[in-house]
Write a protein that binds this ligand. Sequence first.
Ligand SMILES: *Cc1c(COP(=O)(O)O)cnc(C)c1O
Length: 463
Amino acid sequence: MQYVSTRGSAPALDFAGVTLAGLASDGGLYVPEKWPRLSPDEIAAMRGLPYAELAARIMQPFVGECLTPERLRELTDKAYGRFAHAAVTPLTQLDERQWLLELFHGPTLAFKDVALQMLGLLFEEFLAREDGSLTIVGATSGDTGSAAIDAVAGLDRVEIFMLHPKGRVSDVQRRQMTTVRAPNVHNIAIDGSFDDAQAMVKRIFADESVTAKHRIGAVNSINWARLMAQVVYYFAASLQLGGPEHKLAFSVPTGNFGDVFAGHVAARMGLPIERLIVATNTNDILHRALSNGDYSTGTVTPTSAPSMDIQVSSNFERLLFDVGGRDGAALAEQMRGFETSKAMQLTNAQRDGAAALFTSMRVDEDDMARAMRWACEECAEIVDPHTAIGLHAARNVQLPADVPVVTLATAHPAKFPDAVERATGSRPALPARVGDLFAREEAFIELPGTYEAVRGHILGHAA
Ligand SMILES: *Cc1c(COP(=O)(O)O)cnc(C)c1O
């Protein structure tokens, strides 16, 4: 399997290459040259497999020759063995129609663990082969940071610099990053938003004064391997609820468009999906893009679903490429325009291609709180604010009545106890597996929101 850049001019790479590269050298994102297809019989034959086995089967065509099936299976066993639930991503029924896909049973309580536990192992595997090392530079709206730090803390060949927007992540999220004491972990709080942090990370990748000295790697969902790992749970849910004979809809609380793009990949591979619902909070660039073609950034408004407080959705570029004719040169031009003016119109091909599978909804704070109360009072389930945004959309988008709707439950409610308590009156307790989070000492440095400050810090501290 070879991967090509959405902007058409970076070299094609194999799976190991894209895993270590993160962003393509032309500023684009890597996508498979063509989608592997599974027939309905092949999908049906995977029913009842343990999650780690299902994961290895779904990932194998993307990994290609880079790992033997036996080695891949060892890695999925190890990655998913760290989850607190034997089903890894269990389904919970809410009513006759609505389901939750619980993606928060990993070490840091959000769905990011599903991909990052695997990515940490892949880094180690591929770096050992070439006796290399990697400096990861990442930006987090809260959950990627903790999941990535957990996945790489203590690794010999990997060092991580993680930027978070100061004061805009929850206490649990911050502490899950800043209380990990390992020599290869560096936490940085910057003055600014997640988008500011993400823009700096993209500049680091393109800055030769940095890349000449250090091999820079990515743990954000610009890294293809993350999306690949997320495709698996769409298959897992479908196989539980009548797939591939019956179609499902998925409602996905969305920020960087990574998780929901994995749903698009599942559909491209042949999984029957009725609709992918893109649920945004009031930072609604994706809702505007999908409903009327207007992809233009506004200012980021902090909400009680901070992991979705994003106005530039990196992975949307992958969708625009895939549904818009896979024309790298044209997309590079379009994206350059966007980077200058912070706005672009989707082409007709992009709009029609997206409309075939995606529906979107913008969910405000009141509707989010109502969804949390409904789940609590009618279904005895406490959901986190991000999940509640997905759930509100799941219950309000028009769909054929016989199609089950699965909302991706992206975080454990105890990650956002204040918002959950405000909406439902009850304060969720942290699961025992996170231990004495509030007793541990924190370590992070604060930097102004300028590129020079961040670049200088990384160059001064990278091994
Ligand atoms: C990261 C995150 C999201 C958004 O996921 P994307 O892949 O960026 O769209 C939603 N909910 C939670 C809890 C998250 O951590």
